[in-house]
Structures are given as C-alpha cells and as structure tokens.
Design a protein around this ligand. Structure first.
Ligand code: FAD
Length: 471
C-alpha cells in the first residue's frame, strides 16, 4: 500500500513522478522495472487520478470506467500483469437513442458497417473507404484536415452519420468536429478494431492490483503529498519541493496538468521566453459533470444496455453537448456482474461540461444547480427505467469543480489539453533537461489506454536520459 506523507523517504531518487494517474503509475512501474529508483507522489488519498472510484453507503461508484479500446489488454499484459489484463472484457451493449436514430450495437467494425449500410443506406464501398482512411491516418503525416472535413468528404450532408461517428468520441476525449481529423481517426480506429472494453471488478480493484505491482517492483509510492515546485540548477532538473520538503532527483516525470507543470511549477529562469509563450497558448480541454445513482439493495434493473448514448438534440453539436442544461448524456449501467461479489447496481450519467458555467457560483446556487442537474438526469432516465426514482437510495452530482479539486487539473479538465499540448510536452525535455511529461494531452494521449501507453513512451525517454544524459 502507498504510504501517506513523506516519512522515511530516501535522500535521492533516479526519478520523481508527480501524480499517480494511469500515465504516472505506468511510467513509474516501467522505470522501476528497469531498475531505476522511483518516488511516485500523489496529492490525493488514492492512486489512480481520474481513474477514480468512491464509496457511499454500500455503493461503489466508478468515475471513469465507461469503456476503452481492446488495446488496453495488451498494454496491461505487457506493462502491468497478466492478472490485470485477464480481467478486461468486452461491453457488448452500446446503445444510441436520439431523434435521428435508435439502436444497439457492439461498436466494432463489422456491426458498424452493418448499421451504416442497412440502417443508414450508405454504399458498402463508401463505408470501407472511410474505415481505410481513418486506419491509415498517421500522426506524422502533418495532415491539417478537420474531422468535419473528413466526414463531409466521405458522408456529405449526412448529419445522422456524422452524429453516429462523432458523439461517442466527443464523450471519450472531448474533441469537436473542428479538431484535426487525426485526433479523431486514431481514437475511432482503436475502438473500431474490436469494440469497447471494461475491467471486471471495478476501478478500485484495478488500481489496487496496480498498487501491488508498483510495490513489488520497488516504486516508493506516497499519497497526500503535493508537489509545489520542480527545482533546477544550471537549467537541469535537480529535485522537487513537496509538502514543503526538497527531495533530490536526477529526473522528474510530471503527470500533473501540463500547463500547471510548465507555468506553475518551474522558476521563471528555467524557461526561455519563447517556450513560456508557447505554453501560454496551449488550450485546456473541457470538463465533465456526472450524476451517480445507487440502486437500493434487493432492487433489480432490467437490461437497458451497458452504455447508453442519449440525446434530445435534433443534430450533433459539440457545444450543446457541454451545455449546462444538457440535451445529451451517456448512461453507464453497472450490473452486479461488473463487480463480482458485490450484488448492487449503480448507474452513472456523464455529460461534457464547461468550467465557466460552474465556477464562482454562490454556494446556495451551486447546490441548487447540482440538484437541478440530478432532476434532469432522472427525468431522462425515466424513459428507460420508469420507476428509477423509487429504485435509488443514493444520488450525487459531480461538476467541473469536483474534478478540479481531486485532480488539480485546470478547469477540471477531463482530457488534459488540446492538440497543441503534444508538441509542448515533446519539447519539454529539450527545454529543461531531466523534465518529462506524461498525461492527458493532445486528445490522442488521453483515456485509459492513451494515458497508460504514453506513460511507457515517456518512461523509455526518461530511462535513456538517466542512462546516457541524452534526450
Ligand atoms: C468523467 C470522466 C469519464 C471518463 N471516462 C473514461 C472512459 O470511460 N474511458 C477512458 O479510457 N477514459 C475515460 N476518461 C479519461 C481518463 O480517465 C483519463 O484520460 C486518464 O485516466 C488520465 O490519466 P492521466 O495519466 O492523464 O492522469 P490523471 O488521471 O489526470 O491524474 C493526474 C494525477 O496527478 C495528480 N496531481 C496533480 N497535480 C499534482 C501535484 N502538484 N502533486 C501531486 N499530485 C498531483 C492528480 O491528483 C492526479 O492523481 C474519463 C474522464 C472523465 C473525467
């Protein structure tokens, strides 16, 4: 188990990892496996970051376990353990219900092709052409096409098809039709290879199994430790200041928010003007609201799908998707089988949200707005579970302020930064030797799979620096 606080830490580490999200944890684990001494510092009481859970009465709520691509199995097997990988299974019931279409899909290439051809009446060659185009997309091609242009090229004027293709991805990483098509193509292709997957046993189980691996591999993991500063000498990283204490280290990997890391944790002199300016231009991604519903002991819910994308909006609109009075929301239904040994049902409604809509509200207004959100969600859910109000014994809402408080992400960002963050993160070790970043950035490197894979890539870079002094 990770210890609380900094008692009995060593005099110096090869690497200090700031933040124990999936990126930070995977990075710490990979570095420790290659015999580096690693200190992992997390300000919250749990490891996991946005891969979070919490308990209320006898309910356990998962915050961000709604679905990830099949690639997570390989990543967990290779960089964590066979046991963790072996508990990942497919979610078969992905359901859509909106004014343009209503059906259930397994959300993989075969079923999607079927739906596009039979339900939407698109010619098979056109569908194939779209799949091929997204699969061939490569980050290094430098293609400036937007997702909107990509959709128009393949399915001109078909706002229903655009919605089918886009709505789940907007939920999965906050992207809009005006982002680079590459950020869409990579995530979409990842899901299309084999559908949507989940971890049986819940977030608490996967994080505790990861924690055991970290311990086995010698990572010194600490909770309730806030990193305030990254110390440098002659331009290079020499330590961190955490809970007011200087800790020496040869390298730092930050899993905290990218912009906070660059603009908030480094001394003024550590960055060139040009780099600082570049960092100031990086846009933060939007946040989320959620409503958590715990179902009474002994109550049952008939199957309504595992993931239910609902909307009353006439067409897809990324702005409307994050409106404070939501027209679109996703329901994740956790049946007892998703957490063996625990016979309760829980439901989590997720909505994209804007920090600006929730910040600076007087306390009473904030509480009232959360209540209103809960009511809106229950009204919507009644369509699928008519007696939902009688079945629940716990209702709670989270807003962008909640996400900000627990993860310290600017604006409670759910998916780090927009696309330009990728370049800043990649250039960081050149600007400040010994400092690396891993975490949700650039849309592509977000989500459970993106964060974990990015953690491995950055661990390799930090390892090379530690071995050779080269970036
Ligand atoms: C509502 C919601 C639903 C989601 N659903 C899914 C989903 O179904 N599937 C999916 O794949 N992805 C989902 N995601 C996204 C996914 O959870 C994240 O992209 C991923 O977990 C982020 O990992 P990360 O490595 O970037 O770190 P984060 O999870 O952002 O963690 C960063 C960590 O750094 C810590 N930290 C920050 N500053 C400091 C400091 N100064 N000192 C010490 N510690 C610090 C934070 O406390 C945190 O633990 C969802 C996200 C949200 C918000």
């Amino acid at each position: 188990m990770a210890q609380r606080g900094l008692k009995d830490i060593k005099g110096e580490y090869d690497c200090v990892v700031i933040g124990a999200g999936l990126g930070g944890m995977t990075c710490a684990n990979s570095l420790a496996r290659s015999d580096k001494s690693v200190l992992l510092l997390e300000h919250h009481i749990h490891l996991g970051g946005l891969a979070a859970w919490f308990k209320r009465k006898k309910h356990i709520f998962d915050v961000a376990l709604h679905g990830f691509p099949v690639g997570m199995i390989k990543t967990c097997r290779k960089y964590w353990s066979k046991d963790i990988a072996g508990r990942i299974v497919q979610l078969k019931g992905i359901r859509f219900d909106n004014p343009q279409f209503s059906f259930e899909t397994t959300y993989d290439r075969d079923d999607f092709t079927q739906k596009l051809v039979n339900h939407f009446g698109i010619e098979p060659e056109r569908v194939e052409g779209f799949f091929d185009a997204t699969r061939k997309m490569n980050f290094y091609d430098g293609d400036t096409k937007t997702t909107r242009e990509l959709f128009e090229e393949h399915f001109p004027g078909r706002s229903d098809v655009h919605r089918l293709l886009m709505e789940p991805i907007t939920y999965a990483n906050g992207s809009t039709l005006d982002e680079p098509a590459i950020s869409y193509g990579i995530v979409f292709s990842n899901f299309m290879s084999k559908g949507v997957y989940t971890f049986v046993g819940g977030t608490d189980l996967i994080i505790s199994l990861m924690e055991k691996e970290l311990e086995k591999n010698g990572v010194d993991a600490r909770t309730k430790v806030l990193v305030e500063k990254i110390a440098t000498e002659n331009g290079k990283v020499t330590g961190v200041v955490a809970n007011g204490q200087l800790i020496k280290t040869r390298s730092v990997v930050s899993n905290a928010n990218l912009v906070t890391t660059v603009l908030g944790m480094l001394d003024n002199g550590a960055l060139s003007q040009a780099f600082r300016k570049k960092a100031q231009k990086v846009r933060i991604n939007n946040s989320s609201c959620q409503v958590y519903m715990g179902i009474k002991e002994g109550e049952k819910i008939d199957y309504i799908g595992d993931l239910l994308f609902t909307s009353t909006a006439s067409e897809f609109d990324a702005e409307m998707l994050k409106a404070k009075d939501p027209t679109s929301m996703t329901f994740s239904v956790y049946y007892p089988a998703s957490r063996p040994g625990h016979d309760r049902y829980t439901i989590v409604a997720s909505m994209n949200a804007d920090y600006e809509d929730w910040k600076d509200l007087p306390e009473e207004q904030y509480k009232a707005d959360k209540e209103k959100l809960i009511e809106t969600v229950l009204d919507r859910l009644e369509k699928y579970i008519p007696d939902i109000r009688n079945k629940t014994d716990h209702l709670e809402a989270a807003t962008p302020l909640t996400f900000e408080r627990y993860t310290r992400h600017i604006g409670g960002s759910s998916f780090g930064t927009k696309f330009e963050g990728l370049e800043l993160a990649a250039d960081l070790p050149k600007e400040v030797p010994g400092l690396f970043f891993t975490g949700s950035v650039g849309i592509i490197m977000s989500g459970w799979l993106g964060a974990a894979n990015y953690g491995v890539i950055v661990a390799n870079n930090a390892d090379r620096y530690l071995e050779t002094g080269k970036i």
